[in-house]
Design a protein around this ligand. Structure first.
Ligand code: C2O
Length: 631
């Protein structure tokens, strides 16, 4: 008896202890789902002075940083970002790749989803991150300014890093490839919109550092340095925030295992080179398994082969260094300045002291490596590919030219001084009304109904990828009669849309990273040359195609995608090359409400600024009064 009693006491204690732990765990979990699950940031947008390449430049940035602050969230979190605009520019912030389910109001596209945030104004974005894990990013959605207004948006799994579908990394590192501009970005945008005047960045960057291929009077610029410990695994969260170029990324002596892209898991794919277009993200594991030493991490912008116009683009590099050989403060700048990337062969032994080992890069005109990289991406899980297709669009991505506004010119006169970018020969005209399209759509003002519809196909079929079209001439002139209009395309709620994007050789042979807001796209297949349904449909991957928010349509090639138009709202769809976007390679997709409240766009959030109070306001008066009262 006594012994039983004495034994039962500890048992009771253990039981109550377990209970207590369970209760504490429950409370913790509830809290985690309650307040810990909301992430809040303030983005102060202002101009700061930065000195690079021997010149001081005023750069518009968030919180004084370039790149801007990274936002870390756990899947399921709600995010609040207060934007305080202390810059002289109108801006908005777009959460690139965030699905914004039933929350188009927070998508951040000026005059499409909201009024721009004017200088000295504030705006608060609120959104939930649900059903997405991996790397996304945020950026300003005004012409060119995203070059300096951007940052990572990293979504971790709800159950922690041990629930990654790949070996748990020891460290996670955002790698943002970008541009550095000395020219005022707003001015660069105006030049591009009003003529053939192209402007270019002065350098490329990795995490804001120009690296040692750039210098000021012989003194190398700072390099991004990734310190690694032998044997450890690093999850690189790679983002291309550059305006104009796709990049090849390599690290000498190391391989990448790609595990994610655009916040979707990818079947592990091992490669020594990553190809990443503007708007895309790639998550890749790198194991520090080389001989301890220093290794260059090189980002090389590629460009379309001749006879395309060649543009000034710059390679940049950082350094991956083993921590037992150097500390990050230890930067023997003079020792690593003089040897170019091209001069050196990759060595398989670590560089112990002086010059880091450099990787052998693809040729700047190599388009095949990117094609292979993108073809090798498959979804980790079986993709739910809708089989029934309700709408089919064949979208030809091209350039064209039009007359200067107010001037008269005939085609063929060479007077058409404005270069434009088109989809099915129509070039997107930024909305000219005073009410953002989403607001006009939500309140049924009728203005959206009057807009030009994005044609389902081009006005005529031709050999789209005929390289004879690249030079400006009679052939090109016959094929590109184009004009500008605010193009919209309506989709019934739930419609399954198949789009084939066809790149062309008209005036250029560029690739096109096509980005759709508010929805992911399933990449069914891609190819070089002209899309031919009779043979290419058979190539569709209907099992595990990758799911992306940005699809790189190959140079002189095509890509076929499907998406389900099930997120009601007004969504921008455009090329993520800033010059193509600025020149009009864009359209607006309107997804109609579904039959229920849970499939319909809710009213704008409280205090959402509308165009009320201005003379040509189209909103019903009651709504304006309501908004004013709230504010
Ligand atoms: Cu990242 Cu509409 O863009």
């Amino acid at each position: 008896m006594a012994s039983m009693e004495s034994r039962s006491l500890p048992r009771a204690a253990a039981t109550s202890m377990a209970l207590a732990i369970a209760i504490v765990f429950l409370i913790y979990t509830t809290e985690r789902l309650g307040d810990a699950a909301s992430v809040e940031h303030t983005f102060m947008v202002s101009q700061v002075k930065m000195t690079h390449l021997c010149k001081e430049t005023l750069v518009t940035v968030v919180n004084g940083q370039l790149p801007g602050p990274a936002i870390y969230v756990t899947e399921g979190d709600s995010v609040t970002v207060h934007v305080v605009n202390k810059s002289p520019h109108n801006i908005t912030i777009h959460w690139h790749g965030v699905k914004q389910w039933l929350n188009c109001w927070a998508d951040g596209v000026p005059m499409i989803t909201q009024l721009p945030i004017q200088p000295n104004q504030n705006f608060t974005y609120r959104f939930n991150v649900i059903g997405q894990e991996g790397t996304l990013w945020w950026h300003a959605h005004v012409p060119f300014l995203r070059a300096s207004l951007h940052g990572a948006l990293i979504i971790r799994p709800r159950n922690g890093a041990s629930s990654y579908p790949f070996p748990k990394p020891d460290r996670e590192v955002p790698i943002i490839i970008g541009d550095y501009w000395q020219l005022d970005l707003a001015q660069a945008a105006r030049r591009m919109m009003h003529g053939f005047l192209f402007s270019f960045a002065n350098a490329s960057t990795i995490n804001g550092k120009l690296g040692d291929l750039f210098n000021c009077s012989g003194v190398p610029e700072d390099s991004y340095v990734l310190d690694v410990v032998p044997g450890k695994t690093y999850l690189l969260r790679i983002i291309n925030a550059g305006l104009f170029s796709e990049f090849y990324l390599k690290i000498a002596g190391h391989k990448f295992t790609v595990v994610g892209a655009d916040a979707n898991y990818i079947s592990p794919y091992t490669t020594d080179v990553i190809a990443i277009a503007p708007g895309e993200t790639v998550d890749a594991l790198v194991v520090a398994d080389a001989l301890p030493g220093r290794y260059y991490m090189v980002a090389l912008p590629n460009q379309a082969p001749l006879p395309d116009t060649q543009t000034p683009e710059y390679t940049t590099r950082g350094i991956m260094q083993y921590s037992n050989t150097y500390s990050s403060a230890d930067d023997p700048a003079g020792l690593m300045s003089d040897r170019g990337v091209e001069e050196k062969e990759e060595e398989d032994k670590g560089s112990s002291g002086d010059v880091p080992v450099a990787p052998e890069m693809p040729d700047i005109h190599d388009t095949i490596t990117s094609y292979y990289f993108h073809s090798n991406l498959t979804n980790l899980y079986q993709t739910v590919v809708p089989q029934r297709v309700d709408e089919r669009l064949f979208i030809v991505l091209s350039l064209g030219s039009i007359c200067q506004h107010g001037q008269s010119c005939r085609r063929g006169d060479h007077n058409e001084t404005i270069l434009i970018a088109t989809m099915n020969n129509v070039s997107f005209q930024d909305p000219t009304g005073k009410t953002p399209l989403l607001e006009a759509h939500y309140y049924h003002t009728g203005s959206v109904d009057l807009m030009q519809e994005l044609p389902d196909r081009p006005p005529r079929a031709f050999n789209f990828t005929d390289e004879a079209l690249i030079p400006y001439g009679p052939k090109e002139m016959r094929l590109e009669p184009s004009y500008k209009a605010t193009m919209v395309r309506r989709f019934r709620h739930g419609a399954v849309v198949e789009m084939v994007f066809q790149s062309t050789a008209v005036l250029q042979g560029d690739s096109n990273p096509m980005h759709l807001h508010g929805h992911n796209m399933i990449l069914l297949a891609q190819g070089f040359g002209n899309f031919d349904a009779a043979k290419d449909v058979a190539k569709y991957n209907l099992v595990n195609p990758p799911v992306k928010n940005t699809i790189l349509v190959p140079n002189l090639g095509w890509a076929a995608i499907r998406f389900v138009a099930n997120n009601p709202g007004v969504w921008f769809m455009h090329c993520h090359y800033e010059f193509h976007l600025t020149m009009g390679m864009a359209a607006v997709f309107i997804v109609e409400d579904g039959p229920t409240v849970n499939t319909s766009l809710p009213p704008p959030p409280a205090h959402f600024p509308t165009y009320c109070g201005h003379d040509n306001n189209l909103l019903p008066d009651e709504l304006c009064l309501q908004t004013k009262k709230d504010a």
